[in-house]
Design a protein around this ligand. Structure first.
Ligand code: ATR
Length: 275
C-alpha cells in the first residue's frame, strides 16, 4: 500500500535506525498502519553510522515530538547503554530491537522477537505453556525465542544447534535466568517433544538441508517456523505431509509490530487479524 500521510506540525515522529539503511522494512510497515488506523504519526528511516549513535540518540532525546524507534543492525547492542531502562526480554537477550521515549524523555528499550513468536503461537491456538519444546538453532532469533519460551512456562526446552557450543552457552544462559525450567542441549531429534521450532536459516533456500528429519515427526506434533519467505518452507511441507500441525513464520513478525506499536502508544490489532 502506498502511504498518503499528511504531515503537519502536530505529527508525531518515529524513526528506524540502521546502517546501512536502504533495506529497512519498518517504515513501510508502520506508515501504512498509522494511516489505516487514522493516527497522525510518521516513521522515517534514520541512517546513523555507529560512530554517531550516541550523538544521534542525544539529539533525538532533545526533540519532544520524536517518540521512538525501531532498532536494527548494527545498533541493537550499542544502544543498550544509551537506554535509561531495558525491558526484561531485552536484558535477557542482550539486544534491543525497539526503543521509545517516555514523557520524561527517558529512553526505554526492549526486545520483542521472542514475545512476538510466543504471542503468535498463542493467537494461532498453540500455547507453549507446559509443552515440551525442541528448538533447533542458537542464533540471535533463537536466543530471544528461548528466553520467551522459558518465560511462558514450557515443561521442557531442548536446544539443538550445528555448533554445539552455542547451544550449550544458550542453554546455560536460559537455565540461569529461569532455574525452574528444565533446559537441555539436545540433538535435532524431535521424538518426545510436543513442539519443534526451526530458528535456523535452513529453509531460506530451496536446496537447504532440513533442520530435523521429518521421518521422526509424528502427527501429534506441531512444527513451527520463523522463516517468512518462503511461506511454506521445506520442513513445513514435510511436516504437513506427515500429518503434523504447522505454524508459519509470519505471525511472529505481525505480533512484534503490534508490541512495538503498543510501546509507541498505539493499540493496533495484530495485522492480519483485522479486516
Ligand atoms: P538469526 O539472527 O536470524 O537467528 P544467526 O544468528 O546467523 O541468524 O543464526 C543462524 C542459525 O542457523 C544458527 O543457529 C546457525 O547454526 P550455527 O550456530 O552452527 O552457525 C544455523 N544454521 C545456519 N546455517 C546452517 C546449516 N547449514 N546447518 C545447520 N544450521 C545452520
Amino acid at each position: 500500500m502506498q502511504a498518503t500521510l499528511t504531515i503537519s506540525g502536530k505529527t508525531r515522529v518515529f524513526g528506524c535506525i540502521a546502517d546501512p539503511i536502504g533495506h529497512v522494512r519498518a517504515p513501510s510497515v508502520f506508515n501504512p498502519l498509522f494511516e489505516k488506523h487514522g493516527v497522525d504519526a510518521v516513521m522515517v528511516p534514520l541512517h546513523i553510522p555507529p560512530a554517531g549513535l550516541e550523538a544521534a540518540i542525544a539529539g533525538l532525546r532533545a526533540m519532544p515530538n520524536f517518540k521512538g524507534m525501531a532498532v536494527t543492525l548494527p545498533h541493537k547492542l550499542p544502544i543498550m547503554p544509551l537506554c535509561d531502562e531495558i525491558g526484561r526480554q531485552g536484558q535477557f537477550v542482550g539486544a534491543v530491537n525497539f526503543a521509545a521515549f517516555d514523557d520524561d524523555r527517558r529512553l526505554i528499550g526492549d526486545n520483542c522477537d521472542g514475545t512476538g513468536f510466543v504471542n503468535g503461537m498463542l493467537a494461532a491456538g498453540f500455547p507453549v505453556k507446559d509443552k515440551q519444546v525442541l528448538m533447533v538453532g542458537s542464533g540471535g532469533a533463537a536466543r530471544a525465542i528461548a528466553f520467551s519460551l522459558a518465560d511462558s512456562g514450557v515443561a521442557r526446552l531442548g536446544i539443538a544447534n550445528r555448533t554445539r557450543e552455542k547451544a550449550e552457552e544458550l542453554t546455560a544462559a536460559v537455565s540461569a535466568g529461569y532455574p525452574g525450567v528444565p533446559v537441555e542441549v539436545s540433538e535435532a531429534d524431535p521424538r518426545g517433544f510436543d513442539i519443534v521450532v526451526n530458528t535456523t536459516s535452513l529453509g531460506l533456500r530451496e536446496d537447504d538441508a532440513l533442520p530435523v528429519d521429518p521421518d521422526l515427526l509424528d502427527p501429534s506434533q506441531l512444527m513451527a517456523e520463523i522463516i517468512m519467505n518462503p511461506v511454506d518452507t521445506p520442513i513445513l511441507k514435510a511436516a504437513k505431509a506427515k500429518g503434523c500441525r504447522i505454524h508459519y513464520g509470519r505471525p511472529m513478525f505481525d505480533h512484534q509490530v503490534t508490541i512495538i506499536a503498543k510501546m509507541f502508544g498505539y493499540d493496533f490489532p495484530v495485522p492480519g487479524s483485522d479486516a
